[in-house]
Design a protein around this ligand. Structure first.
Ligand code: AMP
Length: 239
């Protein structure tokens, strides 16, 4: 999605303030891909807790050292560590018009923590949660086929969205693509189990609230993004 797409649909007002947007859904539904589309459209940051944690692992910070093995097993890092990391990121000035939380909250504890924080901030808009749905077989294909550019963080899929210039290399900068260590079938099983046990209840928690939408994550990237944008605009207009 781009500014021209918004012009085509005529739906996005130039002064639209998205506020906090939560992208929910199982590993592999395309949260990261969709977050990047929304960033392009709205100019607000994507805050991926997975990316922040991987950054900490790469730098060997104390947080990274604590998270590395847990992530390698496909389990969830503790709420206290993740909440603290998110709190620090939300303090940054680029979040003033809103942000897209990708991969957070993943437990009811994290959802309650975020709600408490947003309620305490008089100026903050309430969060809008969008859950992306994809069937199990698609999920497996998406996760095991996923490849990332370590330089620009572009996301490809060897089955569904391969690079067009040279197989295995990023279209944008020509760097060799890599597979995440936890995108293997064995670890994926545990990640999906953790999702069902800990994160599926978070989706139900938001579903029970007014500011929740579900979108079908099967289809063209831009079509799915348009569905998310329409849902967010509709929910933001509600008093
Ligand atoms: P992701 O890139 O969102 O698939 O996250 C990769 C891994 O980082 C997960 O499997 C977890 O181990 C960890 N992680 C990311 N976000 C969270 C979170 N909100 N709470 C706990 N662990 C997380």
């Amino acid at each position: 999605m781009s500014a021209s797409t918004s012009a085509q649909t005529g739906r996005v007002a130039s002064n639209f303030v998205p506020g906090p947007i939560l992208l929910l859904g199982a590993p592999g539904v395309g949260k990261g891909t969709q977050a990047k589309e929304l960033v392009k459209l709205w100019g607000i940051p994507q805050i991926s807790t997975g990316d922040l944690l991987r950054g900490n692992v790469a730098k060997g910070t104390k947080l990274g050292q604590a998270a590395k093995e847990i992530m390698g097993r496909g389990e969830l890092v503790s709420d206290s560590l993740v909440n603290e990391m998110v709190a620090a990121r939300l303090e940054e000035p680029d979040t003033a018009q809103g942000y897209i939380l990708d991969g957070f909250p993943r437990t009811l504890g994290q959802a309650n923590w975020l709600d408490g924080r947003l309620t305490a901030q008089v100026k903050s808009l309430p969060a809008i949660a969008v859950s992306i749905q994809v069937n199990y077989n698609q999920l497996l294909r998406r996760i095991t086929g996923r490849r990332n550019c370590p330089t620009c963080q572009a996301i490809y899929n060897i089955y569904l969205n391969p690079p067009t210039r040279k197989e295995g290399f990023c279209d944008a900068d020509g760097v060799a693509l890599v597979q995440r260590a936890d995108d293997t079938e064995k670890v994926v099983e545990e990640r999906l189990r953790a999702y069902g046990a800990m994160t599926a209840p978070v989706v139900e928690y938001y579903r029970a609230q007014e500011r929740f939408a579900e979108v079908d994550g099967d289809g063209a990237i831009t079509a799915i993004a348009a569905g998310i944008v329409a849902a967010v605009e509709r929910l933001r207009k509600q008093a």
